[in-house]
Design a protein around this ligand. Structure first.
Ligand code: UVW
Length: 329
């Protein structure tokens, strides 16, 4: 097991601070050029669409940790209110909303339904913004960690990446299929840089600068069977940060809860890959992406590259965002 000294040595080698200027907040999304986006669009040959987002609902993967819960979805108005608010609201409720609704519904055929959702931005399929994780009191590009306040992320928030789309060439690396595992990689053997190269070679696909790499571990399919959101499965070893850096990857996403291996490979710290990717490289992580249907199609036609379109919500100062990514072949 490596120690913090080794971790800090690797951090020096992958750090992209200043690479795109001192005020940059896009990080490796800068590697997605206009040419890259146009080339990615040409990968669409059949018009096959694969939504990679999971359901945002009460049976999602959260619950194991007290600081994250599944989305709470509440109706705030429904057309059935005509039977209550319109007839009883004004008499017994002082609530101005009820009065307004009753005015809508009385002597009027128009009906409507409204709802709201309360949830952590990290509840289900998501992007981690560059401000999600930091160490030594600094965010990506040296911005002070203190610039994330109770008002949100002043630097490196998810709203800062809006100009990039996010869209590029996507490449699927189906590690679970490559290992010949049944449906899921249990915790034990993390995915190494060499293994990523092996999978790419076996799938006859090359990872190129500006790509968004999707890594399939089978975790999401396993969760669908067991409902156990706390089950750890194998993820990327922390040294994959160097692989992502060497290949000039723009972003990486996986079908599991944290992209990286839940057991830290660095003694004395938790989530070293998060720290290297988000804070040192400026490389966003995507979690809980459902890669099952896409993987089946890639296995069938042998084509593991596609156009990927995955824009985050413009949550002002958000340190992450829900997303429903779309792969198109
Ligand atoms: C943390 O890094 C704390 O969470 P996540 O795995 O959701 O990015």
């Amino acid at each position: 097991m490596a120690g913090l000294t080794e971790f800090r040595r690797v951090a020096e080698t992958v750090r992209n601070w200043g690479r795109w200027g001192d005020t940059d907040e896009l990080g490796t999304l800068n590697l997605i050029t206009e040419r890259k986006i146009a080339d990615a669009a040409r990968l669409v040959r059949h018009g096959k669409v694969f939504p990679l987002g999971v359901d945002f609902g009460s049976s999602g993967p959260q619950g194991a940790f007290q600081f994250r819960h599944n989305p709470i979805h509440v109706m705030t108005v429904d057309g059935g209110d005509v039977n209550t608010l319109a007839h009883y609201g004004p008499e017994w409720q002082r609530n101005i909303v009820a009065q307004q609704l009753s005015e809508f519904f009385v002597d009027n055929p128009f009906r409507f339904n409204d709802d709201m959702i309360v949830m952590p931005l990290q509840a289900a399929t998501q992007w981690d913004a560059l401000s999600h994780v930091y160490y030594d009191d600094q965010l990506y590009n040296g911005f002070p960690a203190g610039s994330v306040t109770s008002l949100g992320a002043y630097h490196c928030g998810i709203d800062k990446v809006d100009g990039k789309g996010i869209t590029s060439r996507g490449v699927l690396l189906d590690v679970v299929a490559h290992r010949g595992a049944d449906t899921f990689l249990p915790l034990g053997t993390p995915i190494t840089p060499d293994e990523l190269d092996e999978v790419a070679r076996a799938q006859r696909v090359t990872v190129e600068p500006g790509d968004i790499v999707l890594v399939r571990t089978g975790w999401w399919q396993r969760f669908r069977q067991t409902g156990d959101g706390a089950e750890p499965g194998a993820g990327l070893d922390w040294r994959c940060a160097s692989w992502l850096h060497d290949h000039d990857v723009a972003a990486v996403a996986a079908d599991n809860l944290m992209v990286e291996n839940p057991v830290s490979g660095v003694d004395g710290t938790y989530l070293p890959l998060h720290m290297l990717c988000l804070r040192d490289m400026g490389l966003m992580l995507g979690e809980y992406w459902d890669l099952g249907a896409l993987a089946a199609d890639c296995a069938a036609d042998g084509i593991y590259e596609f156009q990927l379109v995955a824009p985050p919500l413009r949550v002002t100062g958000g340190v992450g965002s829900p997303v429903n990514p779309i792969a198109i072949k």
